[in-house]
Design a binder for this molecule. Structure first.
Ligand code: NAD
Ligand code: ZN
Length: 350
């Protein structure tokens, strides 16, 4: 089979590989739609997960089951399925502790395009199919459903970890597709005022669509100062979905004592955070910091899919670029790398 792979750090190409085989609990799926992710860009061009050779990329897909193992109960060939980016092994102690993202050690639940071939192949392997796949509900468009793989669950994870409550003031730093879904999740959880930090017009418009009450740009000066002025004080919660180590310092400067900083951003540069001793209340601020990888799993996919099926969440504003055909994955990934100003998220349907 053919797949678009990372050949080594900084280089991608089409390769031929053996079609994967399903173990007793697994499924083999062919993609019907895929989306490239900023994480694929980090993986290839920033060496985020280290050197990989001939590793098929991609972890966001909507697919059709072509084969299942003999212990799979709820899926059969021909089923259209939502495939989460994170596919834990559900029997491990870490999973039982509620942190399936780290099923086999730190970030171990992230398997596609990390520790095994990803979804940019003509076929891909899904471990523990009954626990990881979800049926595509009737009436949900295939291209919309791809956003369930990663963008929706990651943004909503940011909002959940921030424990957003009715009336909260929340700042979302970074409004690419993940930050936008964090805005949407924050809005759904009942936040009163949502500050979205971003600058590109297409993202600003989408942030307002998803419920941001105030949008400000980090290009107009220190966001700490802007938010503290606009809000006349600190916010209850901060969700970080863009930038680098400096965003943690910004978050700490704007969150109130006892507030929560929730990070879903990949920290790609720098070795250490700086924690302002005074801003941290000399170590006694009750400010909580939570950084999280999105949870995968069937339950999470089924629940989030209902938001699409019943019209509570519209992902169309995220999908700025559409491609048709398997071969177009390379172009879509290139777009993600180059980030033109009108891009939020590309999607490729087969
Ligand atoms: P993106 O690059 O499309 O969006 C990030 C946005 O942040 C961009 O619009 C960028 O202009 C903006 N930004 C950069 N510096 C900033 C700053 N200092 N202040 C405010 N905004 C700033 O990426 P995305 O697809 O939205 O993903 C966001 C991050 O989440 C990435 O690092 C990605 O790797 C990570 N991610 C995490 C998970 C997870 O499970 N935790 C899953 C998917 C992606
Ligand atoms: Zn992703």
């Amino acid at each position: 089979m053919k797949g678009l792979a990372m050949l080594k750090i900084g280089s991608i190409g089409w390769i031929e590989k053996e079609k994967p085989a399903a173990g007793p609990m697994d499924a083999i799926v062919r993609p019907l739609a895929v989306a490239p992710c900023t994480s694929d860009v980090h993986t290839v061009w920033e060496g985020a997960i280290g050197e990989r050779s001939e590793l098929i990329l991609g972890h966001e897909a909507l697919g059709e089951v072509v084969e299942v193992g003999n212990l799979v109960r709820d899926f059969k060939p021909g089923d259209k399925v939502i495939v989460p980016a994170i596919t834990p092994d559900w029997h491990t102690v870490a999973s039982q502790l509620g942190f399936s993202q780290h099923d086999s050690g730190m970030l171990g639940g992230w398997k596609f395009s990390n520790t095994k071939d990803g979804v940019f192949g003509e076929f891909f392997h899904v471990n523990q199919a009954d626990g990881n796949l979800a049926h595509l509900p009737d009436g949900v468009a295939i291209e919309d459903a791809v956003m369930l793989s990663d963008m929706i669950p990651t943004g909503f994870h940011g909002a959940n970890n921030a424990e957003v409550a009715y009336g909260d003031t929340v700042a979302v730093i970074g409004i690419g597709p993940v930050g936008l879904m964090a805005v949407a999740g924050t809005n759904m959880r009942g936040a009163g005022r949502i500050f979205a930090v971003g600058s590109r017009q297409v993202c600003v418009d989408a942030a307002k669509f998803y419920g941001a009450t105030d949008v400000l740009s980090y290009k107009d000066g220190a966001i700490e100062k802007q938010i503290l002025e606009l809000n006349r004080g600190q916010v209850d919660k901060v969700i970080i979905a863009g930038g680098d180590m400096e965003t943690f310092e910004q978050a700490l400067a704007i969150v109130r004592p006892g507030g929560i900083i929730s990070n879903v951003n990949y920290l790609g540069a720098g070795d250490y955070f700086k924690v302002d001793r005074v801003g941290w209340g000399f170590g006694m601020s009750h400010i909580k910091y939570v950084g999280g990888l999105m949870p995968g799993g069937r339950q999470n996919m089924e629940y989030l899919a209902r938001l699409l099926k019943y019209g509570k969440l519209d992902v169309k504003p995220l999908l700025t670029h559409r491609y048709k055909g398997f071969d177009k994955i390379e172009e879509a990934l290139g777009l993600m790398k180059n980030k033109p100003r009108d891009l939020i998220k590309p999607v490729v349907t087969m």
